[in-house]
Design a binder for this molecule. Structure first.
Ligand code: FMN
Length: 215
């Protein structure tokens, strides 16, 4: 039996990526996001218009899409309530977001030079995609609130141990992506840790199984 529901959120479970972009002063910004999908060598990224990454990507036209393994859930959670924008938008401030100029430092992640573009890769991410902007479309009515970025993958880096020997393919068994499902973190099908994003969004905590303990 189905029931009609006024669904508040449509985050059904997508891989988490970390987007590295170049700030106006040449330093790097890093932001977690999960509204990403791929077709051929093109990636489509959905970003809110108030984000610093959105401004950086529109201006610099380059981004590294770093695919996050489930083992980096803690690092992503440390970035969850941050923005690279000095002026934190009111809606974000109300949820507890703060300005953070050193995203790599806060996350405890290591910048690694890219080959073809300016923004650095995240060394700890086993799959890193250097991308250049092809198109940007604003979406949302009556006021545009988001931007859909269409980017081309110009170079892909994959950790040796994830490449099926003798091929140019990623080992699907070895690759365990961090999944964001309804603002919670999952890996290997399991709920991994509490999520600051879920807390900021006041996601209900009644569940079919108990949430993992705070670490
Ligand atoms: C796991 C996770 C997934 C997220 N997915 C998205 C997303 O798909 N699109 C988006 O605009 N923001 C997403 N966010 C929120 C951004 O990370 C947040 O707006 C952040 O402030 C952006 O940083 P920036 O302003 O420095 O770019 C996500 C956050 C987390 C923790």
């Amino acid at each position: 039996m189905h029931r009609t529901v006024d669904l508040k959120v449509h985050y059904y479970g997508t891989p988490v990526v970390l987007l590295s972009t170049r700030n106006p002063d040449g330093t790097a910004n890093l932001a977690p996001m999960s509204s990403a999908w791929w077709l051929g060598q093109t990636a489509v990224l959905g970003l809110g218009n108030s984000g610093h990454t959105t401004a950086n990507l529109l201006r610099e036209r380059e981004v590294v899409v770093n695919l996050v393994p489930s083992t980096l859930a803690d690092a992503v959670d440390r970035l969850a309530m941050t923005t690279g924008s000095e002026h934190v938008p009111a809606g974000k401030a109300a949820k507890g977001y703060r300005f953070e100029p050193d995203k790599f430092g806060v996350a405890g992640l290591t910048p690694q030079e890219s080959g073809l573009i300016a923004p650095p890769r995240v060394a700890e991410c086993p799959i890193q995609l250097e991308c250049v902007l092809q198109q940007a479309h604003t979406i949302g009515v009556p006021e545009p609130s988001c931007t859909t970025f269409v980017v081309d993958v110009v170079r892909a880096h994959v950790a040796e141990e994830l490449i099926i020997p003798g091929t140019e393919y990623v080992d699907p068994v070895g690759w365990d992506p961090l999944i964001m499902k309804f603002c919670e973190f999952f890996g290997g099908g399991r709920n991994l840790r509490p999520s600051a994003l879920a807390e900021g969004w006041n996601m209900p905590h009644e569940r079919s199984v108990p949430a993992p303990a705070k670490v």
